[in-house]
Design a protein around this ligand. Structure first.
Ligand code: F6P
Length: 306
């Protein structure tokens, strides 16, 4: 997100605008935690994970009175437009804010889950996938050396995009995601077939939101079903940090730039995204009313590369 903030600040300044940063998301907006940002304030942040503006969940912003306080704060700084880096929850808040107070809003999709309709990729996804990929490669060494079955859990409370990409990228023996039905007996049978065929280790990649449960629950089910013991590795929040990949830095730079242009073109309320390499704009509400489908080719590879 730092690359996105940097791009928005510098694009805005190059267009003659004054740019402010809101600390701690909507909560900071309500508490008037708003600072002027100049070009040098965003120097040397492109390569850093997290966000210099910090982030927070805000219950108060879900209320009309909270949003009214936020609007008054923006007006006190003479701010006419808001760029929101976030996921569908943040975009819903932005839409309500626009509807009630007429403030121009543009969403820039940023979530490691990549589950936002209207953009091929969201900021953070590529970095999370590469971090998890590296971890699974390392787990694979132990799995192979000790002849073990490992179950690795990646993030994705409601979406399997990370698990699917990581599973394909690491050659996982099965990928368990909430979007497709997980068949425990079929997975257990496959693992037994592998053992019978002389394979001594396997790795399953599971999204934390799989309908059969988290990695520990899946390990128990596979043991109950086929008597197979496994080790569980939960990658957790390591996937949300670290220096961003080149792809994420470039994506965030494009989206920060595109968000300022969308504000200036009065395209609010909209979301900017990247589809087939091109910058696109969609009505903001599409981001949560439409459902992003899994990449069908990747989904097919799961079975074809078995
Ligand atoms: O950003 C979405 C997500 O990464 C989910 O995949 C995950 O379940 C959740 O965030 C974790 O959020 P928190 O930091 O609140 O535990």
């Amino acid at each position: 997100m730092n690359a996105g903030i940097r791009a928005a600040v510098r694009t805005g300044i190059s267009r003659g605008l004054s740019i402010f940063g809101v600390k701690r998301g909507y909560q900071g907006l309500i508490e008037n935690d708003i600072v002027r940002l100049d070009s040098t304030d965003v120097s040397n942040i492109l390569q850093r994970g997290g966000t210099i503006l910090h982030s927070a969940r805000s219950k108060e912003f879900t209320t009309e009175s909270g949003r009214a306080k936020a609007a008054a704060n923006l007006q006190s700084h003479d701010i006419g437009g808001l760029i929101v880096f976030g996921g569908d929850g943040s975009f819903r808040g932005a839409n309500d804010f626009h509807r009630e107070h007429g403030i121009r809003v543009v969403g820039a999709p940023a979530t490691i889950d990549n589950d936002i309709w209207g953009t091929d990729f969201t900021i953070g996804f590529d970095t999370a996938v590469n971090t998890a990929l590296d971890a699974v490669d390392k787990v694979r060494d132990t799995a192979a050396a000790h002849d073990r079955l490992f179950i690795v859990e990646v993030m994705g409370r409601h979406a399997g995009f990370i698990a699917l990409a990581v599973g394909i990228g690491t050659g996982a023996e099965a990928i368990l995601i909430p979007e497709t039905r997980t068949d425990i007996p079929a997975i257990a049978e496959k693992l037994q077939r592998r053992t019978a065929g002389g394979r001594t280790s396997s790795i399953l990649v599971v999204a934390e939101g799989d309908e059969e449960g988290n990695a520990y629950e899946i390990a128990k089910k596979i043991e109950n079903c086929a008597g197979l013991k496994s080790r569980v590795t939960i990658l957790g929040h390591v996937q949300r940090g670290g220096s961003p990949t080149a792809a994420d830095r470039i994506l965030a730079s494009k989206l920060g730039f595109a968000a300022v242009n969308a504000l200036l073109d009065d395209a609010s309320p909209c979301m900017v995204g990247i589809e087939e390499g091109k910058i696109v704009r969609h009505p903001l509400a599409d981001a949560w009313t439409r459902k992003k489908e899994l990449d069908t080719l990747l989904a097919r590879l799961v079975s074809d590369l078995e």
